[in-house]
Design a protein. Structure first.
Lengths: 387, 295
């Protein structure tokens, strides 16, 4: 999960990375030289979209903060307004620690060119060290980074500490990325983190019980919140731009690979997907729980509902029963718009359960996909006919 | 006749007295897979499915000569458990467990690499060679011995590919699941090298997905192989920034990690690419036929 700048900075501060004085509006930090007012959004490039504003006095500060509070930057909601002391900047560097998934190692990347998108920086201006997990960050690697940035004297000592602290933040906080861009060298020779981009590992949440859920969750849809409560993986496309065209399909599958492949079956035929659920072992928690998952699935309000489950060792009749149970609850969609493909031990039982309940069933993915697309064509025709 | 598993394979189930471990042990035993025992600290001397239970890996290896481990232990003990497997000199370990913190996976994979243990996973559905051994969550009844190799991150997607193969009258030599996590112990190209050396594999199906870039070295290697390869990359239509269940299958800003870029890499290496999973059976048949024409 992505953190907002101020959330990321709090983690950096915990591990000893120096920051400019800052506070969440309406709190204001002491700053004799004026302030920087920063919209807290999850996307990059906020400076270009007016999300970073300078304030020389209290009046300007209040005007900027009021304009950004609760606003949107492009498609991105502003979650909070962060006010920082304005610094006299001498130079800007780039520093990041990240998980290189293909190598299965942590890498540290630095550049003399900070404050710009690292993708745009020439290759020879970037230095990278790969950390052997069995050894950790080695002293010679820190020196390699320092030399590449040309830091000497007191700035060098500060930098060495910051590199160690950034790697410690990445590993200690279970992050996949800790990026400081820019790492500011002030006119009076202090190194501080000007910005922070932190990506946390969703799988390590249990290791950090004191952490509250990211602020960004508060803007999630009711569907996404319900999925989280039910411990299944949800995808909600309805607020994307452009939004899914109607008639749209929703997908419920088991396993990431199969769910994505089902998604491909639909979208490659030119039909949009409103959202999806990956069951993520929900079936093991019983029929009632699985019925709740189906009820959450209905929240996507898709025109056609595509259920594709393939089990090896599990019987799918519990899944079929859960669906029928959920279809009997208030707010359920018409049964004729639900298409099921279920495979598993004793799949004939699920076929009987579903067909008796008036739900389409096929053991074949090809056939089920065709049925979904045929329903979409019928609904599309109907929608056009109304116009 | 297969890769990773053969007539010398002897399997231990780590966590054999737990619910998952017991189910696997019973099923492997019933299906004729060479499972020789299990390990649960504190339960040494017990029996599960007629198999001996040991207190430690080293003890179990000394008593049984085991060289492979299917790990089914609780999340809190996985890292230490894997260290013990590696320390006991096991050649192949399947980590079935998912949602392992990525920094734990990094440490596990690094130690295994340094000591010469091959890890499948974390979040791997395992490896199976029909008729040889089944160290996977695949049902023996759904498998058919044959001459097509499969390497995939996803488990559920291999179910679909296997069905595709059966529909066109083919079977599997070995099915290898690398695992859906961001950091995994084995790469596609590692497995392709094994398939290339296997005289009983006629073609390999590579199943890629969004995220990371392990498919690129696979595409480069496939270009040089005598054994033909076909590819399918899933997640072409799904949103690139959403996690669909695999921690690893999230793209973010990196163009290289997109399915379309990976499909292009295979295509420009001369590897046939199936657009949909339901196109694979036919593509395999066509590719095999064109190979016959060449020789």
């Amino acid at each position: 999960m992505k953190l907002l700048e101020y959330e990321g900075k709090a983690l950096l501060a915990k591990h000893g990375v120096p920051l400019p004085a800052g506070a969440i509006w309406p709190a204001v930090p002491e700053a004799p030289g004026g302030w920087v007012v920063k919209a807290q959004v999850l996307a990059g490039g906020r400076g270009k979209r007016g999300g970073i504003r300078m304030a020389a006095d209290r009046g300007e500060l209040e005007a900027h903060a009021a304009a950004l509070q609760g606003a949107r930057l492009g498609d991105e909601p502003v979650h909070a307004v962060y006010v920082e002391q304005k610094l006299k900047i001498a130079r800007e560097y780039y520093l990041a620690a990240l998980v290189d998934r293909d190598r299965g190692q942590v890498a540290v990347i630095a550049s003399v060119e900070g404050g710009v998108d690292i993708e745009q920086v020439a290759h020879e201006r970037i230095v990278r060290v790969d950390i052997d997990p069995l050894i950790g960050l080695a002293g010679f690697q820190v020196q390699q980074l320092r030399r590449a940035l040309g830091l000497e004297g007191d700035a060098a000592r500060q930098f060495e500490k910051i590199v160690g602290a950034v790697v410690e933040t990445l590993v200690g906080e279970d992050a996949e990325l800790v990026e400081i861009n820019p790492l500011i060298e002030t006119a009076d020779g202090k190194l501080v983190a000007g910005d922070a981009k932190v990506l946390l590992d969703d799988d390590a949440v249990a290791r950090h019980p004191a952490r509250s859920g990211p602020v960004a969750w508060s803007t999630d849809s009711a569907f996404m919140r319900r999925c989280r409560e039910l411990d299944v993986i949800g995808v909600d496309n309805r607020r994307r731009i452009p939004p899914p065209r109607r008639p749209a399909v929703s997908i419920l599958g088991n396993g990431a690979g199969l769910t994505m492949a089902t998604y491909d079956q639909v979208t490659l035929s030119g039909v949009d997907v409103a959202g999806a659920i990956e069951l993520h072992g929900a079936l093991a928690r019983g029929v009632e729980h699985t019925a709740d998952v189906f009820e959450a699935f209905f929240l996507l309000e898709a025109d056609v509902l595509f259920v594709n489950a393939f089990y090896q060792l599990r019987s799918t009749d519990a899944l079929a029963n859960a669906l029928v149970m959920a279809l009997g609850r208030p707010g359920a969609p018409e049964r004729g718009r639900v298409v099921c493909r279920m495979r598993g031990v004793n799949q004939h039982a699920s076929r009987a359960i579903l067909e008796q309940a008036g739900v389409f069933y096929s053991p074949s993915l090809r056939e089920a996909t065709e049925k979904v697309l045929a329903l979409c064509r019928t609904l599309g025709g109907r929608a056009e006919g109304k116009r | 006749m297969s890769v990773l598993l053969d007539a010398h394979t002897k399997i231990l189930v780590q966590g054999i007295t737990g619910t998952t471990g017991r189910l696997f042990a019973e099923r492997m035993k019933a299906g004729g897979t060479p499972v020789v025992g299990g390990v649960t600290p504190g339960k040494g001397g017990a029996e599960v499915a007629g198999l001996p239970v040991f207190d430690s890996m080293r003890e179990a290896v000394a008593a049984t000569g085991a060289n492979a481990v299917l790990s089914c232990i609780a999340p809190a003990f996985v890292v230490d458990g894997l260290f013990e497997v590696v320390d006991a000199g096991i050649a192949l370990a399947v980590l079935y467990i998912e949602n392992i913190p990525v920094h734990d996976a990094i440490r596990m994979c690094a130690y295994a690499r340094a000591r010469g243990t091959r890890i499948l996973g974390p979040n791997s559905a395992g490896v199976v060679s029909p008729g040889v051994a089944n160290m996977a969550d695949l049902n023996d009844a759904n498998l058919r011995p044959g001459r097509i190799g499969i390497v995939s991150k996803s488990g559920t997607l291999t179910y679909e590919i296997i069905e595709e193969l059966h529909q066109v009258g083919l079977g599997e030599s070995t099915v290898v699941c690398l695992g859906g996590d961001r950091v995994v112990g084995t790469r596609y190209d590692d497995v392709l090298r094994l398939f290339e050396a296997d005289p009983d594999t006629d073609l390999v199906v590579v199943i890629g997905e969004p995220g990371g870039g392990l498919e690129y070295p696979a595409a480069a290697l496939a270009k040089t192989m005598r054994t033909p390869v076909v590819a399918y990359i899933t997640g072409q239509g799904s949103p690139q920034d959403a996690r669909m269940g695999h921690a690893g299958a999230v793209v973010g800003d990196d163009v290289r990690s997109r399915p379309q870029s990976k499909m292009e890499a295979f295509a420009s290496a001369g590897i046939p690419v199936a657009p949909r999973v339901t196109d694979i059976g036919e593509l395999v048949i066509r590719t095999l036929a064109s190979q016959k024409g060449k020789s």
